[in-house]
Structures are given as C-alpha cells and as structure tokens.
Design a protein around this ligand. Structure first.
Ligand code: RIB
Ligand code: CA
Length: 291
C-alpha cells in the first residue's frame, strides 16, 4: 500500500521538483499539500501549490493554506533572486482555477493525522511554522504521526541563509525548536545531505526530453534557479534540496543517518542554527545542560 504523505511546502522551484517527484512515485500517496511562507509569501505559495497540482492533473489533492508569519516575528520576506518573483522561475503562470480548503493548514494536518493514526507521514520542505502550530493545538499528533521527514537545517556544515543557518530553519527557529523537541520521530534531511545532491547540466537537460507536463514545467522553471547557483556557488548545475527528503521517503537505505538530539538557536548571530548533540553517550544531552 502506498505511504500517505502531507507535503508542507513553500513552492519554490525545488519544492516543485519535490512535489512532482512525490506525485510520480507510486510508493507515495500525497493526501494533501499545506502552504507556508519562505521562498515566496504564503498566498503565492498556496496559489503555486494549486497551480502545480493542476499541471500534474491532480487537482483532486487538497491544498490548505498555512501561516503568513513565523511564530514570534513577521516574515522577513521572500527570495526572488533564487526562485523568481513568482516562485516559479518568472514564468508568471495564470491564476489557478481551484481554491484552497476553508480550514488552515495546522487544522488540516491535525484532522488527517487524527483520522488515520499511524498512517500519515509529514514531509515539511519549508519553514516549520504550520507543524509547530499543529503541535501546539493538538500535542497528540505526536502519537498519531507515522514519521516526520523534513528538509531543513545544517548539522555539521555551514548555513545557506546566514553563515550559521539553513533557510527553512532560519525562517522560524522557534517553530523548528518545537518540532525537534517534540516526542516523535523526526528525520532531518539537511544541508549536510543536500549540498552533496547535485544535478549537473546534463541531468537538467533531461527534463525537456520526457514529454510530460510535469517534466516540461520543471525544465521551464529551472533556468532562473540554476543561474542563482552558478553565480553564487562554485557549481555547474543545482543542489537538489527538497527532493532529497522525498528520496529519503522512497529509499532510506541510500542515506547514512545519525541519531542525535537536536535543539535550535533562537537568538543572536547563530539564530536558526540546528545544534545536534554529537558527543556520544558520555556527554550531557541538551535536556541535562544548564545555561
Ligand atoms: O535551504 C534549502 C531550502 O530553502 C529548500 O526548502 C528551498 O526550497 C528553500 O526553501
Ligand atoms: Ca522549500
């Protein structure tokens, strides 16, 4: 039976790749998309989620709109230089025909997990505000979830939104600290992984050769995104962030994992840094540390 997944997303070019990757994988049953600010503001993330489902001919999948701002601050703003003003490589697509659900993302997540305990995996590939809000409203989602597999954070490598922090976590560190601190299984597919998942120009060129609506769309939105990476990193091609979390859902044995307690820095120049306890059993865990 296909694994049920809710993708919480800020589409976003690499989010679009990840959503289509999941939709094209028979092992996964995408039961909903929830939108969040990050690469774009939340209303545009919602519209893009609806647009992507229409392109994929999967308008049957519901979209629930998420929070407009992080838990404790206003959203600092989108990143058009990475994903385009429209979050879709500046294609400026027409408005979607469908509407989001009447309930907010956090409520949708709670209702889905309550109705199908043990069956639904959460795959957040944007800032973690919706997941934290759902946790706050209904802590029992910890018991009901199958697993949380998220793209975000940087354990042992530098950040990409600041020298310290990765973009998704940096956008709402308080939410991320709640999500990592909750009593549920979280797998972080962070920059430690995704900066090693590199798509070269020849790989990118393949998107234009498949002749289906999803791959055609990706081939059209990738040039803007690729220009950002080639101008700012010593790279030819792109890093494949969000799809790496979907790849983990499909084939976890491709990945090496470590089991480390995790906290998130919420203040100072390290704001948004994910801080694992890497020291082994002889060193104090975060819970035993006084500060
Ligand atoms: O740091 C990479 C993450 O930030 C990805 O989720 C990308 O879409 C952006 O949101
Ligand atoms: Ca994303």
């Amino acid at each position: 039976m296909a694994r049920k997944v809710i993708i919480d997303t800020d589409p976003g070019v690499d989010d679009s790749m990840a959503i289509f990757f999941a939709l094209a994988s028979p092992e996964l049953d995408v039961i909903g998309l929830t939108s969040i600010f990050g690469n774009v503001r939340t209303p545009l993330a919602t519209a893009n989620a609806l647009r992507l489902l229409e392109i994929a001919d999967r308008a049957d999948i519901p979209v629930a709109q998420g929070a407009h701002d992080p838990l404790t601050r206003l959203f600092e703003g989108p990143v058009p230089f990475v994903h385009g003003e429209d979050g879709q490589g500046e294609l400026f697509l027409p408005a979607p025909s469908a509407q989001p659900l009447a309930i907010p993302a956090a409520q949708f997540i709670i209702e889905q997990l309550r109705a199908q305990p043990g069956e639904v995996t959460l795959a957040p590939i944007g800032p973690l505000t919706n997941i934290a809000l759902a946790l706050r409203l209904e802590p029992r989602i910890c018991e009901w979830v199958d697993e949380v597999v998220l793209m975000g954070g940087n354990a042992l490598v530098p950040g990409n939104a600041s020298p310290a922090a990765e973009a998704n976590i940096r956008n709402d560190p308080e939410a991320a600290d709640l999500v990592f601190g909750a009593d549920w299984p979280v797998t972080m597919v962070g920059l430690d992984v995704t900066l090693r998942v590199h798509m070269r120009p020849a790989d990118i060129a393949e998107y234009a050769t498949h002749g289906n609506a999803m791959s055609d769309h990706i081939s059209r939105i990738l040039p803007h995104y690729r220009r950002y990476f080639e101008a700012n990193y010593d790279a030819r091609g792109i890093f494949v962030h969000d799809s790496s979390a979907i790849a983990y859902l499909l084939q976890p044995d491709l990945f090496q994992t470590r089991r480390w307690p995790m906290r998130v820095t919420t203040a100072g120049i390290g704001r948004g840094k994910t801080l694992p306890t890497t020291g082994g059993q002889t060193l104090p865990a975060w819970s035993d540390t006084r500060w």
